[in-house]
Design a protein around this ligand. Structure first.
Ligand SMILES: [Zn+2]
Length: 183
């Protein structure tokens, strides 16, 4: 149930509008200025084609993905806005959870965006909390949110062990769902 989240749907499709409304309903309570959704063909970043991009200051999300992948990608991108406003205590608590996983040599993730970044981390990144480590933490947060709230229960990119998924779910329940999020 979500009453505070304001989405300006400019995707240009009634079918997608229904999907967006259903997804908003599944999300934890959050509020803030409106976020605009739009479709852009041929999205890419410096590494190549991408499915979506969030423009945090402009408060818009551009999509270039299939309808099947849209729910996970929408929640992932929206949680980039949540991460930005989460505050240092919340972000550090999430880092601690991931650090414990790392110490336990945990394999897998809940999305490719986090998984490739995790695979590229070295010991010094983790020990020194490098930029690569902090980007991994952010992407892992957004991928975990997508796993929690997109309604997609199985996906080839959900490779994290079941006990660690449960720990992440508990963290989201305790830390994200216990407050009024502002985005
Ligand atoms: Zn991301």
């Amino acid at each position: 149930m979500n009453k505070g989240l304001q989405i300006r749907d400019a995707l240009g499709s009634p079918g997608m509008g229904r999907v967006v409304r259903a997804l908003v309903h599944r999300l934890p309570e959050m509020g803030g200025a409106p976020i605009r959704l739009e479709r852009v063909r041929g999205l890419r970043d410096s590494r190549g084609p991408i499915h979506a991009g969030s423009f945090l200051r402009e408060r818009r999300i551009a999509f270039d993905c299939t309808g099947a992948e849209f729910p996970r990608i929408f929640v992932h991108e929206l949680f980039h806005f949540v991460w930005l406003r989460l505050g240092n205590p919340g972000r550090h608590a999430w880092e601690e959870l991931l650090h414990a996983e790392w110490r336990g040599a945990a394999k897998g993730e809940l999305g490719w965006s986090a998984e490739w970044r995790k695979g590229a981390l070295g010991r010094n990144d983790v020990a020194g909390r490098s930029r690569a480590w902090r980007l991994y933490c952010c992407e892992s947060f957004c991928d975990t949110a997508a796993w929690m709230y997109s309604g997609v229960s199985e996906h080839a990119e959900f490779t994290l062990a079941a006990n660690l998924r449960r720990a992440r779910r508990r963290w989201f329940l305790a830390t994200i769902e216990s407050r009024d999020l502002s985005i």
